[in-house]
Design a protein around this ligand. Structure first.
Ligand code: ADP
Ligand code: MG
Length: 642
């Protein structure tokens, strides 16, 4: 006996312990999903064997008929799931059934609150997998042999799900994995043929492999039993297929129900919640492929982790090739899950080959359109569902205009914005906005800010309020960066209201223009004087008609980086070239009038500085010398009270 064969006891990784604990407590009302998860794993293992056998046919070991078997023993209170898939080596078992490979799990688990309702949603988003066995079992045994290894290289794993497991070497004639669930006292009802069959039908009808169960033998009455006992040992049990066993995506759409699609999603998506929508298409022509694309209900916890696996499950002529084939969708659609089955790719395709294949490029662009159309359809037919989708994934969609220039217009159509009309909710479409444009309005006005409150309270919006013009208020971190890639929509150009000279086009009436010209004359010397005082800080000083209530504001150049972007870059440690803004004064504001009349030079200077600092503050910036601002302000306040 080798040292390895000896029984070894190991502790689960901390994260596994936490997950197990949470799962057992929060998935109590969904306990039957354990069967789907274990069948799903058996199906994955069968897929993997088929793939490996493409290169090495001997792995079939003369048993090429892949199937999953479910057995049960009422008396013993056990349910067994048996597959002849790829199997696991001792190392595989220790790694896969003792740790969680996904990075960021520990951090994710920290978000758990102990509130069962909330946590079960979080767990759902994480995917429950193998460990769900412990929802119904207080002891789980796994006996597995990796395809290609000798019979005595099999492994026996066992755990009560309480922090430890044991591994021992063992012997297993057939390759694959057998999972024996020793049901908890109160879960014994699962050791029942009728129950198990109905669960297989409900959850695993359309996986690609046969799920078989022991044939029902008619119940024997007492007398027959006695007689039977005298007869020879019963023959080996006969099995029959209980599911449809046709890969779902190969079935015509009109033969499938919503529930079929939903259950299949849970199998391939490793998700426990329902998808929001899906799109199933068979493409024939120059390229032949079938795609089934799903929009998940929730963003995964690692959506912004660049290393997180993403992409479609790739099949070539019904043979599983790889998970997470990321070459078929752009990054901003990385949350889409699904299956792609191609007839054109070769069975020995690799990630490297995919990268260079020109067919892949054209499939990618077709699939991208498909997803964008599916989202557009969701938006128009089920706006509430779409609103929930936008909340989860809107930030990722906003990466789209930069990444996918060709589809910019379609992506913009999918966007939802907050505005001065809608309030804090991101609910306004660009089409809504354009529909509400005032006569003579040519541009789509927007402001970017740190928060919705800061944006909608900005002095720059005063003239827009006065004229009844809607302004989009963009306060997501990504917004200003995104807008640098967005120039127009439906022939209308975008205008950042904090940038450049205000040009309201035809909306500005003659009286407005005239008033501004006159004010420029009246204030000519004041403007020069202020400019001289602030020359280190500002590019120019001018009068404006964009303000109604505020005395002054700061405006950056049309091509300069806006305040929000500068803050983000600075926070990321980027050195920023200094941008001098234009200081604009409201000629009708009493403080500006007062400044114009002020004879005392020192007081005029103080007032100028206070107005300048105020404008910076109102624009969401922080002051370099806040104490100086406060003391100047207090000095003015004291003079006022005298
Ligand atoms: P997931 O299926 O999302 O990877 P699971 O928790 O369901 O996560 O399973 C963990 C891992 O354990 C699988 O990725 C696989 O490597 C291994 N595994 C589980 N069940 C089987 C099985 N029946 N045959 C082979 N490997 C398995
Ligand atoms: Mg799984």
């Amino acid at each position: 006996m080798t040292v390895e064969a000896q029984k070894e006891t190991r502790g689960f990784q901390t994260e596994v312990k936490q997950l197990l604990h949470l799962m057992i407590h929060s998935l109590y009302s969904n306990k039957e999903i354990f069967l789907r998860e274990l069948i799903s794993n058996a199906s994955d293992a069968s897929d993997k064997l088929r793939f490996a056998a493409l290169a090495d046919n001997s792995l079939y070991e003369n048993d090429g008929e892949l199937r999953i078997r479910i057995m049960f023993d009422k008396e013993a209170g056990t349910v067994t799931i048996d597959d002849n898939g790829i199997g696991m080596s001792r190392d595989d078992v220790v790694e896969h059934l003792g740790t969680i490979a996904k990075s960021g799990t520990a951090e994710f688990l920290k978000n758990m609150s102990g509130d069962q309702k909330k946590d079960s949603q979080l767990i759902g988003q994480f995917g429950v997998g193998f460990y769900s066995a412990f929802i119904v079992a207080d002891r789980v045994e796994v006996i597995s042999r990796r395809a290609g290894l000798a019979a005595d290289q099999a492994v026996h794993w066992e755990s009560a799900g309480e922090g430890e497991f044991t591994v021992t070497n063992t012997t297993k004639e057939s390759r694959g994995t057998q999972i024996i669930l020793h049901l908890k006292q109160e879960e014994k009802e699962f050791a029942d043929g009728w129950k198990l069959r109905s669960l297989v039908k409900k959850y695993s009808d359309h996986i690609a492999f046969a799920v078989e169960m022991q044939k029902d033998t008619p119940a024997l009455d007492e007398e027959e039993k006695e007689e039977g006992a005298e007869k020879a040992a019963p023959a080996a049990p006969e099995f029959e297929k209980v599911n449809d066993a046709t890969a779902l995506w190969t079935i015509p759409r009109n033969e499938l129900k919503d529930e079929d699609y939903i259950e299949f999603y849970k199998h391939i998506g490793h998700d426990f919640q329902d998808p929001v929508t899906w799109s199933h298409n068979k493409v024939e022509g120059k390229l032949e492929y079938t795609s089934l694309l799903y929009v998940p209900g929730r963003a995964p916890y690692d959506l912004y982790n660049r290393e997180a696996p993403r992409g479609l499950k790739l099949y070539v002529q019904r043979v599983f090739i790889m998970d997470d084939a990321e070459q078929f969708l752009p990054l901003y659609l990385r949350f889409i899950k699904g299956v792609l089955d191609s007839n054109d790719l070769s069975l020995n395709v690799s990630r490297e080959i995919l990268q260079a294949d020109r067919n892949v490029e054209s499939m990618k662009s077709a699939l991208t359109k498909r997803v964008l159309d599916m989202l557009a359809k969701l938006a128009s037919s089920e706006p509430e569902k779409y609103a929930a989708f936008w909340k989860e994934f809107g930030q990722v969609i906003k990466e789209g205009p930069a990444e996918d220039y060709a589809n910019r217009e379609k992506i913009l159509k999918l966007m939802r914005f907050a505005s001065t009309t809608s309030g804090n909710q991101q609910s306004v479409t660009l089409d809504d906005y354009i529909g509400r444009m005032k006569e003579g309005q040519e541009k789509i006005y927007y402001i970017t800010a740190e928060s919705h409150a800061a944006g909608s309270g900005s002095p720059h919006l005063e003239i827009f309020r006065k004229k009844g013009l809607e302004v989009l208020v963009l306060s997501d971190r990504i917004d200003e960066w995104m807008m640098s890639y967005v120039h127009e929509y439906a022939g209308k150009s975008f205008q950042d209201v904090t940038k450049g000279a205000l040009d309201l086009g035809a909306i500005e009436d003659e009286a407005d223009k005239k008033h501004k010209e006159e004010a420029s004359k009246t204030y000519e010397s004041l403007l020069a004087q202020v400019k001289e005082l602030l020359k280190e800080k500002v590019e120019d000083v001018r009068v404006t008609n964009r303000l109604t209530d505020s005395p002054a504001c700061l405006v950056v150049g049309e091509r300069d980086m806006g305040a929000q972007m500068r803050r983000i870059m600075a926070a990321a440690g980027q050195a920023m070239p200094e941008v001098k803004p234009v200081f604009e004064l409201n000629p009708d504001h009493p403080l500006v009038k007062r400044l114009n009349e002020e004879q005392n030079v020192e007081r005029a200077n103080d007032l100028t500085w206070v107005l300048f600092d105020q404008a910076a503050l109102a624009g969401g910036e922080s002051l370099k010398e806040p104490a100086t601002f406060v003391s100047r302000l207090n000095k003015l306040l004291l003079e006022l009270s005298r």
